[in-house]
Write a protein that binds this ligand. Structure first.
Ligand SMILES: [Zn+2]
Length: 435
């Protein structure tokens, strides 16, 4: 370990500065919140991401940027350590898009300026998650001022698209940026608990008839002697909806994962679309479902289970047997494709990155962090599935995220800066395993 007394002294100095210079932190947060990067409609993060690029470059990062969608660039900053092959590397990940504001008249504060009142900073994105982004930038600024050198590499992801199932982080991993990193923090809203998460995948189940029948044909399709082999796609979809409920109940009984209330693995029939006009038998019906699964499950396995179950249900129906349902899973955007995937994330409390983060947290807050499972989903699963050990750890409460008068406690934000200062400085100056 390179964490000698001189480094410790510098870390203490930086942590003290975090407490003494709250105004700077709040000014930085105000700056980030002032960009109305709401999603949907999205396509509005270019200016905010330019600001992030500038700040990362000032902090010594080499920045790579590309457009996820026009007007929504992804920014990845990488800063080589002084002895990369020897010391541990770290990824800090966050998103710059924020949830819709809704009716601004419901807000008592300006959503795009910071208002500080009774120790809380109000504004859209303060909890989810510009508070974390400002805190991380401030922590890096303080480490720089303290003259703390990092042995290992540091990578900073400022992504977009998270709020609309447009996983900017997925595109970062697909470019191979995260390869070889020793640990990753996704700084999304967790009340400074260290968390894993379940996964979410959406899908479309479609029942389609090759023939379009007039409404007048109905009696011949459903009554004795009609001798017309046809069906209403809507009525057949009802069979499949019932079958999904059976599977959902079966999962609730048979599957479980620590940290989740039983039955969290739901299959929600969220949207149904079908039929063309009252003068026709419905020849097409599509069901949009949202599937929640546990951290030890892969989305591809879960969707295969659903397909097998529905195909078996279809086999029990004479018409569906000949016209089995079609499936379309996931998607890269709720806006463009009406589909999304959030892979799950298991947490490994025996990993040295977890222990180091927990130790930094304990040092700053006096007690160990809460450890558990996020009731929500973040981009963390995308990094985790590339093999980089990952944890969700961020300031702010989920109850305030996406809410009217969104807010974060200023003291929590300061504490978060202090934990990051320690964790980054110590982790990136710890030799890699086996070195
Ligand atoms: Zn978020």
């Amino acid at each position: 370990m390179r964490v000698d007394s001189e480094l410790k002294r510098r870390i203490e100095w930086a942590a003290d500065q975090a407490a003494n210079r709250q105004e700077e932190l709040l000014a930085l947060l105000d700056r980030l919140v002032s960009y109305p990067t709401v999603s949907p409609p999205a396509r509005n993060t270019a200016l905010a991401q330019r600001e992030m690029t500038g700040r990362l470059e000032e902090l010594g990062f080499r920045v790579e940027a590309w457009e996820l969608y026009a007007g929504d660039p992804i920014v990845v900053g990488t800063r080589k350590g002084s002895d990369s092959s020897r010391y541990r590397s770290l990824i800090l990940n966050g998103h710059m898009d924020v949830a819709e504001v809704g009716d601004p008249r419901e807000w008592t504060k300006d959503p795009f300026r910071i208002t500080v009142e009774d120790g809380w900073a109000y504004g859209r994105g303060t909890a989810d998650m510009k508070g974390a982004m400002a805190a991380a930038l401030f922590a890096l600024q303080l480490l720089k001022e303290a003259g703390v050198e990092l042995g290992g590499d540091l990578q900073f992801h400022s992504v977009t698209g998270e709020e609309a199932g447009e996983a900017g982080t997925r595109s970062v991993t697909e470019k191979g940026c995260t390869e070889g990193y020793d640990y990753a923090l996704v700084m999304d809203t967790s009340s400074m608990a260290i968390q894993g998460q379940g996964g979410v995948i959406t899908g479309w189940v479609t029942v389609r008839s090759p023939v379009t029948h007039h409404d007048g044909m109905r009696s011949r399709m459903i009554h004795a002697g009609g001798r017309t082999f046809g069906a209403s796609a809507i009525e057949k979809m009802m069979r499949l909806v019932a079958a999904l409920q059976d599977l959902e109940r079966h999962w609730a009984v048979m599957k479980a994962y620590p940290g989740f209330p039983p039955g969290s693995n739901t299959i929600n029939p969220a949207v149904i679309e079908g039929g063309r006009h009252a003068a026709f038998i419905a020849d097409e019906c599509s069901l949009w479902i949202t599937v929640h699964f546990y951290p030890d499950e892969e989305y591809a396995t879960v969707t295969r289970e659903i397909e097998e179950h529905l195909n078996r249900a279809a086999m029990a129906d004479p018409w569906l047997r000949e016209h089995p349902p079609e499936f379309r899973w996931g998607g890269r955007s709720m806006i463009e494709e009406r589909g999304e995937i959030f892979p799950s994330l298991e947490l490994d409390p025996s990993h040295p990155g977890f222990s180091a983060l927990a130790a930094s947290h304990r040092k700053v807050l006096g007690t160990g962090p809460e450890v558990g499972m996020s009731p929500s989903v973040t981009d963390a699963g995308w990094i985790g599935r590339t093999g980089v050990p990952t944890a969700i750890y961020g300031p702010g409460q989920l109850a305030h995220a996406h809410a009217v008068d969104e807010r974060v406690q200023v003291e929590e934000l300061v504490r978060y800066v202090q934990v990051l200062v320690r964790f980054i400085a110590e982790w990136c100056n710890t030799p890699k395993a086996g070195v």
